[in-house]
Ligand binder design. Sequence first.
Ligand code: NAD
Length: 310
Amino acid sequence: MKKISIVGAGRVGETTAQILAEEEYCREIALFDVREDVPDGVALDILQAAPFFKFDCLVRGGNDPEILRDSELVIITAGFPRKPGMSRADVLESNVRIIDEVTDHILAFAPEAMILMVSNPVDTLTYRAARRTGWPRGRVFGQAGVLDASRMAAFIAQETGFSALDITTMVLGGHGDTMVPVPRFCTINGIPISHFLSEERIEAINERTRTGGAEILALRKNSSAYDAPGAAVATMVDAIVNDRGRLLPCVALLDGEYGETDIAMGVPCVLGEQGIKSIVELDLNARERADFDQSVVAVRAEIERLTDIH
Ligand code: NAD
């Protein structure tokens, strides 16, 4: 890929840019932010690490949206993160306005791009950007499940002592308190986690996964998570630029899958160079389906709030 832009040179944007540069996923990384000088400073700082990490892609930042011109992928991390005690939905109104503005910049300067939404509430903002652009759903998607699944894997590794390298996990639904960790699809090198963990322990891990973001926020005090989020975004970028066809939980617009339409939420997707290639429909059991439905209700309620925001 030639050019990837990141909107928002805050914590998540900077971490993401750093990883993308170090991994040389593209020849140019552009950072756009409304804070004067900040994106230039972030870009320069990353660039000065080039000799250590042995990369030579260009990293630059600016306050003029023109910097987004001809990006093939735009990652949106602009917006207000939540503060301790706030839910992701609490930042909806302020972030919708930001995302609308950013989407219009992308339409003007990078009309052929893909959009990877990170800003919260990510399901609803992915939906908003998809509708505002009118682009095919393969090109507008969001990051949530890759992070939630990695959190779950970390908790399973902590509990069992097994290497995180051997643990695969699956988290579906909205990126909020109603997200749906699916232990039935979680394994340690192919062996179901139920072989190693009691039902009670698995339930505790599910709950810790659902509140994983809030746990970090409470501990960090004045910052929400950004290390693992940046790595989760980079994992999706890797799948795209290398056309890996990876099966990853992504926020995607549903068009009949899982019996739902006109909603964006986390489902397993095949991700490659054109973005989302397809959505994989899993045979959910009664409990998983009930949890998924509850998540649908929560995300729909948030999407309905959009009609009041202009
Ligand atoms: P941050 O405050 O450090 O950075 C946000 C940046 O956005 C700031 O630099 C701000 O100046 C910039 N910004 C605001 N309005 C803008 C606009 N109109 N155009 C361009 N830039 C603008 O916040 P953060 O910790 O980096 O979090 C960013 C977002 O990512 C938040 O919404 C947060 O909730 C979300 N997030 C999502 C996930 C996920 O898994 N999807 C994980 C972590 C954080």
